[in-house]
Design a protein around this ligand. Structure first.
Ligand SMILES: Cc1cc2nc3c(=O)[nH]c(=O)nc-3n(C[C@H](O)[C@H](O)[C@H](O)COP(=O)(O)OP(=O)(O)OC[C@H]3O[C@@H](n4cnc5c(N)ncnc54)[C@H](O)[C@@H]3O)c2cc1C
Length: 499
């Protein structure tokens, strides 16, 4: 630990002008070579003093509030400094600086952390969202992209080449954050989890006593770290600066939406969906979204026609009299078409994640209905995503830390409230919303098995095994190898195994 007062620290950050590039000796090539194995993989010699580089935002900058605010406005933090990296070296410098000055740090990409864990009071936020490079090869079916792409940007860039990789459905979510925790969406049953298609990464890790360096990770180099980044990489091992994916050809999709007014058909729709959608043709990705007084079904059929979409979802569509629409087109334009602008979303959100391996019995579906009818806001919903016998049931070559291979479906109660840009507008509803989500998720506990690290469950007793099952012990060993000093830590980060 260095002896640095808070005043020194403020002076140090103030000395760094926006965009200044100062790098006294902390370059990847200067740091000691890494041994492939074991903690202490670099010497403990101190690095030369580092300075922050990149686009730097501090509390007295006019853009500070905007630069700091995350997607979920329930969490407001006041970081000491935010570094928007322009290149990998800025990340190396920032990590070294944080270590040398004993400043807490967080990693951020798309700002959608659902507990606000990509930001920290009084600390350094290393933001990679301006790393926007794309290198796409249709010939090798690979894509290497900067860690700052949003999911929308990634889908659009790949779509221009009639290629695709799995992403979640919300375009503004960071591709990094989604992939490193797993990443599922309409293409999961067709292509596997986003993390299953991750075949390489550049990552800046802590190195030596107080330094940092960038390393390349793939199936041949640091394969244990690649395994860990496939589902447990969020802010645990280092800062990912680029991601390489295996991508798949995808020329068109059929996108179906069905709406049932009222919840009268809920039991039949839910039960049919859970017994059918997880076992359907793998080209089908299907979600249910249950609101206070509406049931929505969404389906995407990869390389499918309107007729195929209607036929694949017929067992569910034949219940009651839903209003059904189907569009066909390229995946890029279809994905762009179903986005909801951020401004139209409530300011505050709270979710609870859960995986399910056995179908919900009647009692559980009844609970969903009861809680949804009593939901605290119109924006509340109970969301489900079919898994089952899709491609995600098989691990990729080299394996993955993401464990939920036998899930039938994923689900989450979610509650949204308050108005964006109007701080405090939802305060009166906050305790009601928090209580609703806590009681709802508690009531469903007998019917669920496991949780999703990308939608973290705060206060969950055994979150380690809920997120990663028996993979947790291996993750701790890998943590000890790549981050023995536990530089990357937050409320539910992976602690290093004690040797
Ligand atoms: C509206 C909404 C819809 C969602 N829908 C889906 C869905 O359909 N499917 C799905 O799988 N998930 C979904 N999610 C969850 C989403 O995957 C996570 O919230 C994700 O972690 C957000 O990533 P981010 O980069 O936007 O967030 P950030 O807040 O920037 O980061 C999230 C976490 O990842 C870490 N992190 C970010 N970038 C890096 C990096 N480059 N290197 C190392 N660590 C990093 C952060 O430290 C933090 O712990 C949804 C979330 C929201 C808010």
């Amino acid at each position: 630990m260095r002896d640095l007062s808070r005043r020194d620290l403020l002076r140090a950050t103030a000395a760094v002008g926006a965009g200044a590039v100062v790098l006294p000796g902390v370059v990847a090539g200067d740091t000691p070579a890494l041994a492939e194995d074991g903690p202490g993989w670099a010497t403990d010699a101190p690095s030369p003093p580092a300075e922050l580089t990149g686009r730097i935002v501090r509390p007295d900058d006019p853009g500070y509030a905007r630069a700091s605010l995350g997607w979920d406005e329930l969490f407001v933090r006041y970081p000491l400094v935010i570094v928007f990296a322009q290149e990998t070296q800025d990340v190396v410098n920032a990590l070294t600086w944080a270590r040398q000055n004993d400043v807490a740090l967080r990693v951020r990409s798309g700002r959608h952390s659902l507990e606000g864990w990509s930001n920290v009071d009084n600390g350094l936020v290393i933001d990679v969202s301006e790393l926007k490079s794309t290198r796409i090869s249709a010939a090798t079916r690979t894509a290497t992209v900067g860690a700052g792409l949003t999911q929308s940007e990634a889908v659009a860039a790949l779509g221009r080449h009639d290629l695709a990789v799995t992403t979640g459905g919300e375009g503004t979510v960071g591709l990094s954050g989604a992939t490193l925790g797993g990443g599922f969406g309409f293409l999961t049953r067709y292509l596997g989890m986003a993390c299953d298609n991750l075949i390489g990464a550049e990552i800046v890790v802590a190195s030596g006593a107080d330094g940092a360096r960038a390393i390349e990770v793939d199936l041949d180099n640091h394969p244990d770290l690649l395994w860990a980044l496939r589902g447990a990489g969020n802010g645990n091992f280092g800062i990912v600066t680029s991601l390489t994916y295996r991508v798949a050809p995808l020329t068109s999709v059929a996108y179906l939406q069905a709406t049932w007014e009222g919840l009268e058909n809920l039991h039949e729709v839910f039960d049919t969906w859970q017994r059918y959608a997880p076992f359907a043709d793998n080209r089908l990705g299907a979600q249910l979204e249950i609101h206070k007084s509406q049931i929505l079904l969404f389906g995407v059929v990869a390389e499918g026609s309107e007729a195929a979409a209607r036929e694949l979802l017929e067992p569910v569509l034949s219940i009651g009299s839903p209003e059904v629409t189907v569009q066909t087109g390229g995946w890029g334009e279809t994905y762009a078409g179903f986005q909801i602008p951020n401004e139209d979303e409530p300011a505050n959100w709270k979710f609870f994640s859960q995986f399910t391996t056995d179908p919900f019995p009647k009692r559980a579906i009844e609970l969903v209905r009861t809680f949804m009818e009593d939901a605290p806001s119109e924006d509340s919903n109970f969301f489900t995503q079919a898994f089952g016998t899709g491609a995600q049931a098989r691990e990729p070559r080299g394996g993955a830390a993401f464990p939920h291979r036998n899930a039938l479906f994923y689900s989450e109660p979610g509650v949204g409230w308050g108005t964006r840009g109007e701080p405090g507008s939802g305060d009166a509803l906050t305790p009601v919303a928090q209580a609703w989500i806590a009681e709802f998720s508690q009531a469903l506990r007998p019917y669920v098995d496991g949780a999703y690290v990308n939608v973290p469950n705060i206060g969950m007793a055994e979150w380690e095994t809920a997120y990663w099952g028996s993979n947790f012990a291996r993750l701790r060993r890998i943590k000890a190898r790549y981050d023995p000093h536990n530089v990357f830590q937050y409320e539910q980060s992976i602690p290093p195994a004690s040797c």
